[in-house]
Design a protein around this ligand. Sequence first.
Ligand code: DX5
Ligand code: ZN
Length: 220
Amino acid sequence: MPLIAPSLLFADFLHLERDCKMLNESDADWFHLDVMDGRFVPNISFGPMVVDFIRKTTKKVCDVHLMIVEPEKYTEAFKNAGADHVSVHIEACPHLHRNIQQIKSLGMKAGVAINPHTPISELKEIIRDIEQVIVMSVNPGFGGQKFIPHTIEKIRQLRKLITESGSKALIEIDGGVTVDNASEIVNAGADVLVAGNAVFKSSDPEESIKKLKQSGQSVA
Ligand code: DX5
Ligand code: ZN
């Protein structure tokens, strides 16, 4: 079964504690926390201060997705806020290996996120050093976008690269995941499904999380 990582971007920030409680009681595995800087992506979300508040509400994994330039300036602040995983974008990091070492030296799991136009082959020299890859299935910056179908092929390529290299990295898919397309994504080789809209805009978020969790089982 895939791990489910609801994105808090769509939580009701006036009732954040209530939404975190709902996730705690649901089948969700991770809290996916989307940090945007208005430079790497054309939107601004929240920073370490909000992650710190969310951390206080949950024992589940806090999976921080940094859509920011110069992430090295903030990695320690996210560690102090309680992040368990930190992922940085390959497109924002000319010294990616150094970023990964920094995240790991602070005792967190390290991930690399790649935009829809970035080929899987770019991960070849870093794949053994990381715990997860976030394959963006929309252009980052906004929730509620449509899944880019070509991502399915990228998931297959990444699964092959991971197997051949002996890496233990998890494949996390982020953007446009729904109850309807989750099975295809899991069957292509995904380990973790991020879902914003599909959870928080649903009439029954807990039920939607349950359905996402059961996705890989429906198709052989
Ligand atoms: C996009 C973010 C995603 C996104 C998920 O920049 O990284 O995590 O908000 O939301 P949905 O599932 O609605 O695409
Ligand atoms: Zn994300």
